[in-house]
Design a binder for this molecule. Structure first.
Ligand code: HEM
Length: 142
């Protein structure tokens, strides 16, 4: 399945004006469906909510610039090793992310948009999750 950058960008643009409501919805969804990951996150998450959204914006901006995109995702993946995140958490986060985008994108959410975001999240899982798995493995060796 391939990524249509225009669909990804236009749907993200439709979601963006909803601001902090979006990340609040995302975390509510994630913790309700996957309570086991709640303990990894700090109790007060205001900063974290802004940073997650900013990181998503950077991914969308650099969607067609593969080198930059891969660099951002590898850095994020390596940092996530310190947060106790694991590659097996990615499907849970991806499910909540897509549910959140679908909720806020309105008419911009179509089966084609969903397919494109699914493909984007596949790249996130492979690249960020791969860097995370490497970092976790090398920490275990030290
Ligand atoms: C689309 C994928 C993801 C993106 C864009 C993302 C983005 C971010 C960003 C920007 C931060 C702030 C700190 C930093 O920049 O290093 C962060 C922190 C964090 N992320 Fe992610 N993340 C993603 C996936 C995940 C997954 C799969 C998990 C696993 C449960 C996770 C768990 C965490 C935790 C525990 C923190 C620290 C929060 C705290 O300090 O309370 N993230 N994430």
């Amino acid at each position: 399945m391939s990524i249509d950058p225009l669909l990804v960008k236009s749907s993200f643009a439709a979601v963006e004006p909803h601001g902090t409501e979006v990340t609040a919805y995302f975390y509510r969804h994630l913790f309700e469906h996957h309570p086991a990951v709640r303990g990894l996150f700090a109790e007060h998450m205001d900063d974290q909510q802004d940073r997650l959204f900013a990181a998503l914006g950077a991914l969308v901006t650099h969607l067609e610039d593969t080198d930059t995109l891969v660099g951002i995702l590898q850095d994020l993946g390596r940092r996530h090793a310190a947060y106790g995140a694991l590659p097996e958490h990615f499907p849970a986060v991806g499910g909540s992310l897509l549910a959140t985008l679908a909720h806020f994108a309105g008419d911009a959410w179509t089966p084609e948009t969903e397919a494109s975001w699914t493909a984007v999240y596949g790249v996130v899982t492979d690249t960020m999750g791969g860097a995370l798995a490497d970092a976790v493995r090398s920490a275990a060796r030290d």
